[in-house]
Design a protein around this ligand. Structure first.
Ligand code: NAG
Ligand code: NAG
Length: 221
């Protein structure tokens, strides 16, 4: 092998190695970056890393978040989530992490969903939660996670939770990314506007059954 080819292969494999070991948010280039409210960004989807305000204007309050003291608003199905990202907690901006509080009433479910940009550590603060994920060969890894235990959901893999205790459960999830994104499988499939004919063929369901699913997961409902 020519020395040039060897060099090229080494460079390529180092590049690959660096890529797989640093697949996360970019490193900060300053101590912190409190978003500048003048830019008026209200959704992380609009801008992933928010522009900073002058660091001399940062205050302790920018680094403290008090919105997790109690559960969020429960949905009809008994799930309440409070996602905490740099929009609601300015101090997190550029630090490569974010988190969520989820409360589940007895029997309630956090439906199958995934975070395209982050791995999640899920810590059961209270209760017994059947938790699991499915890998890309459709193998399921699931178990009842008791108070004080954690489970990890690898980045991009579908995962789910169900409160199997008889009391409310509280779970704290932390992400290695400031904008993990969250895609719920039922709404992505039935609530996104994919043509009914395709869904009928893909799932072997009748138009009536597809209609029921579309109404159930319609985001405008
Ligand atoms: C940031 O604030 C300091 C103190 O008020 C000021 O001296 C500096 O010029 C400001 N920097 C910018 C880029 O506006
Ligand atoms: C719960 O709902 C109330 C009333 O709509 C709202 O003011 C509040 O911000 C919501 N709480 C959370 C954590 O989303």
């Amino acid at each position: 092998m020519s020395p040039k080819l060897v060099l090229l292969l080494v460079t390529l494999s180092l590049h690959y190695y660096a890529h797989i070991t640093t697949a996360s948010d970019p490193d900060p280039i300053q101590d912190f970056c409190i978003p500048n409210p003048e830019f008026g960004v209200t959704k992380l989807a609009h801008l992933t890393i928010l522009p900073c305000k002058n660091s001399s204007e940062a205050t302790t309050d920018d680094f403290v978040f008090s919105g997790l003291r109690s559960a969020g608003n429960f949905s009809e199905s008994g799930l309440a989530t409070i996602p905490v990202n740099p929009i609601v907690f300015p101090g997190l901006n550029t630090l490569g992490m974010s988190f969520v509080r989820a409360d589940l009433k007895a029997g309630a479910v956090n439906p199958p969903h995934f975070h395209p940009r982050a791995t999640e550590i899920s810590y059961v603060v209270q209760g017994s939660v059947y938790s699991g994920f499915v890998d890309s060969s459709n193998r399921v890894f699931a178990s009842v996670i008791e108070q004080g235990e954690v489970m990890v959901f690898p980045r991009g893999l579908v995962h789910f939770q169900m409160n199997v205790g008889d009391k409310p459960a509280t779970v704290f999830g932390s992400f290695n990314g400031q904008n993990p994104g969250s895609q719920k499988i039922p709404s992505a499939i039935f609530g996104s506007g994919i043509q009914a004919e395709l869904l009928e063929k893909a799932f072997g369901l009748t138009p009536k059954q597809i209609g029921t699913m579309k109404r159930k997961f319609d985001p405008k409902r």
